[in-house]
Design a protein around this ligand. Structure first.
Ligand code: FE2
Length: 387
């Protein structure tokens, strides 16, 4: 089954320019995850359990259907775009696609033979299917790397990002709803947080709220609990995290205040008499007015911010968090001029909730670690720390 013309153990290893639109990145990540997981399931299949065999073969069928559809989309949309800029450049990939089609047909035959076999013959058929699928996955891993390197280089040279995004949108529009559900199942849980956020924000901006709520409802169950909460507060998706979940309330407040630097959004998550003890020590008033005074200061000082809760405890109306906060220092921070450096610090926070909102909080952070990472030799000015 190996295709000698394409099999390669060496990655093409062309870096993706950070700013360019990569038409392959997300779908290939999902395909890699689905291929790897399916191969594992075939390898540990219990041949003596008919139901288990059926479940694994159904999953294999889903993978192969996806592969066929993916090949067709690339043939129909991507290769003509490549040919338009670099005639004959897609021939090698087209040859590999034809080989993959033949491999898929062979895998379906092997799966069919396995499902009809019994006893020792089924064990033998399972071993054959597992090894053939492993070779297919290996071929595809090398193939996808070539596409992301060689094809992307042609696409980036010949098209603007807007044109590539338009091409991508045409591919998505030509995808059936049932295949889109498979895409969501395998792509979204395997993206990095920033990739997932970009994908979801793009969808959120491109569709009516009620349609997006449906898409978000499909994504949520496939994410781990922490990822689900994170996505909910990033995008304001109540469907993914109940409003009365104490941790979700606190995370939404943190995201609005320290990640998006949106004082108006943060105000929705605090009580009218809200007290932030770290700020009250500077004489700031209680309530949302404190947010309006402080949030722009952080917004001016930090960029590329993120906050991740790594541990928490809930006791009555109190939520205790241990978290990691990371950002780039891009503006004046209490007299420290922008250094352009990224930092990552840990902190501990105790929050008191009232009526589903933040009423009060106390916080300690690794300020010395912050100053070290920013490369400043002194502690904060005395007047800023003396309160
Ligand atoms: Fe391909």
């Amino acid at each position: 089954m190996t295709n000698p013309a394409t099999a390669s153990t060496t990655a093409t290893a062309i870096d993706t320019p950070a700013a360019r639109f990569d038409i392959y990145a997300q779908v290939h990540k999902g395909l890699r995850a689905c291929m790897a997981a399916t191969l594992v399931e075939v390898g540990r299949m219990d041949c003596g359990d008919d139901q288990a065999v059926k479940w694994v073969l159904d999953r294999l069928d889903q993978l192969l259907d996806w592969c066929v559809g993916h090949l067709q989309k690339e043939n129909q949309f991507v290769h003509p775009a490549i040919e338009a800029r670099d005639p004959a450049a897609s021939l090698r990939m087209a040859g590999e696609h034809a080989h993959h089609d033949a491999s898929i047909a062979q895998l379906r035959d092997d799966a069919d033979r396995l499902s009809r076999a019994g006893g020792a013959a089924r064990e033998s058929a399972a071993t054959r299917l597992y090894r053939q699928l492993a070779v297919f996955v290996a071929d595809n891993l090398a193939h996808m790397d070539t596409e992301e390197s060689v094809n992307n280089a042609i696409l980036w040279a010949g098209y603007t990002d807007a044109e590539l995004a338009e091409l991508h949108a045409a591919i998505v529009a030509a995808t059936s709803p049932s295949q889109l559900a498979v895409d969501v199942r395998w792509i979204t849980p395997h993206l990095s947080p920033s990739e997932l956020a970009a994908l979801m924000r793009g969808l959120q901006a491109s569709m009516p709220p009620e349609v997006f709520a449906g898409v978000a409802g499909m994504v949520g169950p496939h994410l781990p609990p922490q990822g689900r909460r994170w996505l909910a507060f990033e995008l304001g998706l109540p469907a993914l995290a109940p409003h009365d979940d104490p941790l979700a309330i606190v995370e939404r407040f943190i995201a609005a205040t320290f990640v998006r630097f949106d004082a108006g959004a943060a105000a929705q998550w605090v009580t009218p008499d809200f007290v932030a003890h770290p700020w009250a020590a500077y004489g700031l008033p209680p309530g949302p007015a404190a947010l309006e005074a402080v949030v722009p200061v952080f917004g001016n000082a930090f960029g590329e911010a993120s906050a991740e809760v790594i541990d928490h405890m809930i006791d009555g109306d109190r939520v205790a968090l241990r978290y990691v906060y990371a950002a780039r220092h891009v503006g004046d921070l209490f007299g420290i001029a922008a250094t352009g450096r990224r930092f990552r610090i840990e902190g501990i926070c105790i929050v008191r909730l009232a009526g589903g909102r933040v009423a009060e909080y106390w916080r300690e952070e690794d300020m010395l670690g912050l100053q070290r990472q920013l490369g400043v030799a002194t502690l904060l000015p005395a007047e800023a720390t003396a309160a």
